[in-house]
Design a protein around this ligand. Structure first.
Ligand code: MV4
Length: 446
């Protein structure tokens, strides 16, 4: 097992990884920008190294600085966390070339799944249901027109290098296809330096359901159930829950077994998530994330398994600690992402925290790097805390969540706590009756 891990990240996820390391007897190295000198992840780590000025491109994305920090502290592995370097195949390659273990999949798997066209082809060949569309990348506008006519409108043009909604354009009918094709390629070229696009039937009211997976280097792969991440705004998730209120037990098992089978057959190492759209009782693969996800916590709450611990174990070449039959699903969990933002305009609200009081009690978990007097910098993502609540049933979970949201005090800045308090009182949310467009509709109506 590793003796020392460098955590190439900040905030609550750096803390989350530090906690798993501590419990495994592994020493930790924090890296930080000058804006984060007083951050909790720096305070808790065994050692820390300043890797640059506040802009992420000069610090948390500064590959030579991160590798140098790992080298001078004698770390044997690097955990990239979430965002930043976590899905950068070139970084994973450099980490390995410098003699460190990368706590994540192989660079080849990151690359394979990072290209949405090769990802779709790969999983489709292994029996995964995908959205009807082009066979690979579009070759021309003419190809787009012909494929759209074959699959039927509306259609969606997506960037091969995309994800997160960039370079995505809907065409409602044949009159809109040229514009959608041209705009999607232009956006893709500007955002990713790659204008390859593909086309799919546009699903109008799906749920976003993702399966949590783990594979090891001994030919094993398991799933940890699914999460429903449909409550989102502008491709930013706001609330996630596990299990999905939209699935029944046999659908859950079928999609979980299929997803685990796919990652076993490609020899995938690490944690990962396969994302589906779910509409009218059918699943459609959209992409695979080759990293830990923010909302991994709700899968931990319903299984009682530390996913970061498992992630570190498989990166060290150990087998997964559990057989699929030993992974039991217990009750319900919901996560609220709390951002330092105005809850109505969503404008960022950096500043100093005064009067911090997190909720507690049975089955209430707060993953956050906040403390009283902490100054939330303006340079990074605005998520400052995750409130994760578990209950024996969905109803118990909701009652407990409402109570915990009432208790939570984060003073001195604006946060999205008031939005969460409103959301958990909405009948549609209480009934589990929502799709990927529900939150944006709710915010418009209000
Ligand atoms: C789709 C879709 C409808 N039909 N694909 C958005 C980002 C990327 N992860 C895939 N996305 C979508 N792909 C087809 N064929 C609708 C979306 C989509 C979406 C998906 C998941 C969560 C939120 C979303 C918000 C808008 C659109």
């Amino acid at each position: 097992m590793f003796e020392k891990i460098l955590i190439a990240n900040r905030g609550e996820i750096a803390l989350r990884i530090h906690r798993a390391c501590r419990e495994m007897g592994i020493r930790t190295v924090a890296v930080h920008s000058t804006a984060d000198a007083d951050a909790m992840h720096v305070r808790l780590a065994d050692e820390s190294v300043c890797i640059g000025p506040p802009p992420a491109k000069d610090s948390y994305l500064n590959i030579p600085a991160i590798l140098t920090a790992a080298s001078i502290t004698g770390a044997d592995a690097i955990h990239p966390g979430i965002g930043f370097m976590s899905e950068n195949a070139a970084f994973a390659e450099m980490v390995e070339q410098h003699g460190f273990a990368f706590i994540g999949p192989t660079p080849e798997h990151i690359r394979l799944m990072g290209d949405k066209v090769t990802a779709k082809k790969t999983v489709q060949a292994l029996g995964m249901p995908t959205v009807p569309g082009s066979d690979g990348a579009l070759q021309s506008l003419d190809d787009a027109i012909k494929t759209a006519a074959r699959i039927g409108y509306p259609v969606l043009i997506k960037a091969a290098a995309g994800g997160g909604g960039k370079g995505m354009k809907v065409a409602d009918d044949a009159a809109g296809i040229e514009e959608a094709y041209t705009l999607a390629r232009g956006e893709a070229r500007a955002a990713f330096g790659n204008d390859e696009v593909y086309i799919e039937k546009y699903l109008q009211r799906p749920r976003h359901i993702e399966v949590q997976l783990l594979g090891d280097t001994h030919g094993n792969a398991v799933y940890f159930g699914e999460r429903d991440c449909s409550i989102q705004r502008r491709h930013q998730k706001v609330i996630e829950e596990a299990p999905s209120p939209g699935l029944n037990g046999s659908e859950r098992e079928e999609i979980g077994l299929l997803a685990a089978d796919v990652i076993r057959r490609i020899g995938y190492r690490g944690v990962g998530t396969i994302e589906f759209l779910y509409e009218n009782g059918k699943f459609y693969f959209i992409e695979m994330n080759t990293r830990l996800q923010i909302e991994h916590t709700i899968s931990e709450m319903i299984t009682g398994i530390d996913l970061v611990r498992e992630q570190i174990r498989v990166a060290a070449g150990l087998p997964i600690s559990y057989q699929q039959s030993e992974i039991a699903f217990n009750g319900h969990a919901i996560e609220c992402r709390i951002n330092a933002e105005n809850p109505e305009t969503f404008l960022p609200s950096p500043g100093t925290i005064v009067g911090y009081h997190p909720p507690g009690g049975l089955d209430v978990r707060v993953d956050s790097a906040l403390y009283d007097g902490y100054r939330v910098p303006s340079n990074y993502d605005s998520m400052i805390a995750k409130l994760i609540v578990h209950g024996a049933t969905r109803n118990e979970c909701l009652l407990r969540l409402r109570r915990a949201l009432e208790e939570f005090v984060i003073g001195g800045i604006n946060t999205t706590l008031p939005l969460h308090r409103r959301l958990v009182a909405q009948p549609d949310f209480i009934n589990g009756d929502y799709d990927i467009h529900w939150l944006e509709g709710f915010l418009e109506r209000k």
